[in-house]
Design a protein around this ligand. Structure first.
Ligand code: BGP
Length: 492
């Protein structure tokens, strides 16, 4: 009963939101380094400052289209949260020790492509970058933690974005293959758990991937998706060739979604939305081919994806070993959404669900939705699953004595861990691990804020870059420690 022996307990971070050291050790610029902070509660988006083809400067919202030929830049007078972030680059030993103290036996982190290849497509990798992660992985092992490494987490090299339109271009795919093979080779024996492309379903076609015209140009968006799928399959296949011990997962933002009502129109709207938003990405990476509805859709819209010989086969050869996903909240879907209120989500929007409460950022809190997901995914694919992100983004208050009493976060974690246990014990799903998001405070991907904190460890840093970056344990730190050290037995 309960969580199986050897269950992977840990936490998750991403280089562009956590590492800082944005030019240290030979690192190059990534698109994320050109994104400012925003304000998620007041709907003020992150921004890009870009140089237009005629040499003038313009500012765009983080999800806007940027005209072809325009180049995102780092403006010396603007504050960019990723440049220091919460500075794992200079605090890694201290942070890894805290993770181990919390009881982690796995730690999910991403490798910053531009630390290894500063422009993304350089002829030789940067040894200083390779050595940095090697030291981190060795320290993880010394402390009893398996690294779980995301190869690509929202960090398209800026050079590839500006000069090649990012993942729309085959050049980016080819550069990614070299990058993936380089790290898979270098870290053989040090890393055995890998994730290919973070939240492949929501980052396929926005500027984070370097793609300029992503809304108006559907053909580009589909080509971008194809390149990401091929890149992911290549990474899986290569990982298996380099070391048959390697286990590789996909990474999908898999919020739960419900038809708004039992009106068949709402039910069908939900099917279409889930097809497009989630299952498409799972089907391709678990089964190795495009689902029938997508083939029909592409035909109907006259979109012909540019493929190289052997790529269809590669999708089949590079199917993943496990299904890993992020889960924060759920959404309702209606055939006529304009008749209902809006509900925010992890880079997505749905219809307001009257049965659920939401966080300060408008993300619903729905533990049972996680159990629904675990059942649906397992029913569909019958492969092991891992929850590689989950958690509550909230404003924390530091008391005069320095304590942070985040009972709201403990409550969120407890309810989600409870349904994981139910899904294992009662539903019989094969769940192999749990790495909640932002186990230590870091920059929000969606809003660029620091005050939207997920951590069990507090970092003294604010939205404007003030703070001494000191670390302290929140109340939730001790709660998670108790859960982890009891292998999920003690969750009350
Ligand atoms: C996912 C990303 C993470 C992370 C998280 C929380 O989209 O994989 O990078 O940031 O969600 O989202 P946010 O930071 O917008 O609150």
């Amino acid at each position: 009963m309960g969580f199986p022996k050897g269950f992977l307990w840990g936490g998750a971070t991403a280089a562009n939101q956590y590492e800082g050291g944005y030019l240290s050790g030979g690192k190059g610029l990534a698109v994320a380094d050109t994104l400012t902070g925003g304000d998620g509660i007041h709907n003020i988006p992150r921004k890009f400052i870009v140089e237009m083809p005629d040499g003038t400067r313009k500012t765009f919202g983080g999800r806007d289209e940027i005209p072809a030929g325009a180049k995102a830049i780092v403006d010396p007078d603007t504050y960019y949260p990723s440049h220091v972030a919460t500075d794992f680059y200079h605090h890694w030993k201290e942070d890894l020790a805290l993770f181990a103290e919390m009881g982690f036996n796995v730690y999910r982190l991403s490798i910053n492509w531009t630390r290894i290849f500063p422009n993304g497509d350089d002829a030789e990798p940067n040894e200083e970058g390779l050595k940095f992660y090697e030291d981190v992985f060795k320290e993880c092992h010394r402390l009893g933690m398996e690294p779980l490494v995301t190869i690509y987490h929202f960090d398209c090299p800026l050079h590839l974005a500006n000069e090649y339109d990012g993942w729309v271009s085959r050049h980016t795919l080819e550069a990614f293959k070299v990058y993936a093979k380089t790290i898979l080779t270098r870290y053989k024996g040090l890393v055995k758990y890998w994730l290919t492309i973070n939240e492949i379903n929501i980052n396929t076609n926005f500027m984070m991937n370097g793609v300029h015209e992503h809304i108006s140009n559907k053909k580009n968006a589909e080509q971008c998706r194809w390149h990401l799928f091929v890149g992911s399959a290549y990474a899986v296949k290569t990982a298996h060739e380099i070391d048959p011990e390697n286990k590789v997962g996909l990474m999908i933002a898999h919020g739960a979604s419900y038809p708004y009502s039992c009106n068949p129109e709402d039910v069908f709207a939900e099917i279409e939305s889930s097809h497009e938003g989630k299952w498409f990405y799972g089907d391709v990476q678990v089964r190795g081919y495009y689902p029938a509805w997508k083939v029909k859709q592409l035909e109907r819209e006259g979109i012909e994806i540019q493929k190289e010989p052997g790529e269809d086969e590669l999708l089949k050869e590079g199917v993943v070993d496990f299904y890993s996903f992020s889960y924060y909240s759920s959404q309702a879907v209606a055939a006529h959404p304009e008749e209902h209120g809006v509900s925010e989500g992890n880079q997505t929007r749905g219809v307001k669900n009257p049965y659920l409460e939401a966080s300060e950022w408008g993300w619903t809190i729905d533990p049972l939705g996680l159990r629904i997901n675990l059942n649906q995914i397992y029913d569909r694919y019958q492969i092991p699953m891992m929850i590689v992100e989950n958690g509550l983004g909230a404003i924390d208050k530091v008391e005069e004595d320095g304590s942070i009493n985040d009972d709201y976060r403990i409550d969120y974690m407890r309810k989600h861990i409870k349904v994981m246990k139910d899904a294992i014990e009662i539903d019989g799903v094969d769940l192999m691990g749990y790495t909640p998001w932002g186990c230590i405070d870091l920059v929000s991907a969606g809003t660029g804020e620091m005050r939207k904190r997920y951590g069990f460890i507090y970092v003294n840093m604010d939205d404007d870059g003030n703070g001494d970056l000191s670390r302290s344990r929140k109340k939730s730190f001790y709660y998670m420690q108790k859960v982890y050290k009891s292998n999920g037995e003690d969750i009350d």
